[in-house]
Write a protein that binds this ligand. Sequence first.
Ligand code: SF4
Length: 428
Amino acid sequence: MDEVLREYLSKHGVHVLKWQDLVSFPTNWSRGNSVWPMTFGLACCAIEMISAAMARWDIARLGSEVFRPSPRQADLMIVAGTVTKKMAPLVVRLFNQIPEPRYVMAVGSCAISGGPFRDGYNVLNGIDRYIPVDVYVPGCPPQPESIINGLLELQRKIAGERLLGKENGIRIHNPDFPSEYPIPECGEHDLEPPYNSSIADLRVNDYVPQSPAQRKIVISAVDENILNKVSEDSFLQDIQKKAEAAISGLKLKLVKNPNANPQQDTIFVEPEYALRFASFLRDEPEYLFDFLTCVSATDWLEQEIQISVQSAEQVDGETVVKKKNTIAKIPAHIDVCYVLCSTKQKVEPIIICQSTHNRADDCRVASLTPVWRSAEFQEREIYDLYGVEFIGHPDLRRILLWDSCVDHPMRKDYVHPEEIRAGKEKNV
Ligand code: SF4
């Protein structure tokens, strides 16, 4: 029928439909108004998705309040939040388990492109690398209104679909969309394959390489011994005296922080004595350091530090400014620092630190989890990200990255998989 005539009739209340539309219209109307999402959330954006389902926004108005616990009963996967590389294979597997017709809504910049973590080591740069996305809802996070708008867009898309035929047809009739999508595997450096080439392009060139770690540092100081300054903090000296008297063979080193107040000076302890020293700090009635607030680490590549000291001298009654440069070499190692507080004694927080012998074959320190239980996960994180082995840890396993990964992303010589791939492509 002529389109002008069809429009004219439509304006006067006479709807003329093709027979496919006659079938599609009521079916799509009912399908579009009862899109059941899967109960599934990944990070902060999931809170917005949950809000959209609560009374204030009430997604039930659009027929989508029935969040299903099983993919077999769901129509829509709302990927709300950061998709980590460890989680991505499971997301694809769940998507494969949703029967057609099925839809995907990527909510938030993390699900769309990796968002603020785009250049990170463990975040997928967009779920559309592996599964087809129907609606993108941008924002960090998008508000519930945006998610509802995304749902309305999806309803519009469903309304325009045809149940039969390839043109505008639902995916079940389109051979370009397989019923199952390949599930990536966690490889040595990254997910393998890094994207599904049938639905996505690899965006290697988007990656901004990180600047290389500094191996030569110049610092200006008033004293050339600045790196070896001993702390004069009387509280730390008191701890040192008492601990060395209580533990035979213990030798502590009090290192002055050149940039901060005395409270941030550090007690260095050899890993062989660390456990006994930690027990002393926890049990000694005068200190009772019972609360470990955090554990952190610093990776030191072999470094050359030029210390530049300026001094003024009087020569023949005139002031002459002289500059002296000294070079200090710091061998490669990793420092692991623990910040301790006492909830029982009113003493100041302290920092104790263990250093590994090197960054390669002897990269280990003592685990302090037997003394402070809260060290367990934090030591695992340092093991994962820096490759420091904690002797005596009750459950030393990777925590953020997958077991087959060989990298330690917080090390300064870490190479991002995108850079590895770009290098490989350049060499071809
Ligand atoms: S997009 Fe922003 S709010 Fe959403 S998961 Fe990522 S960081 Fe969180």
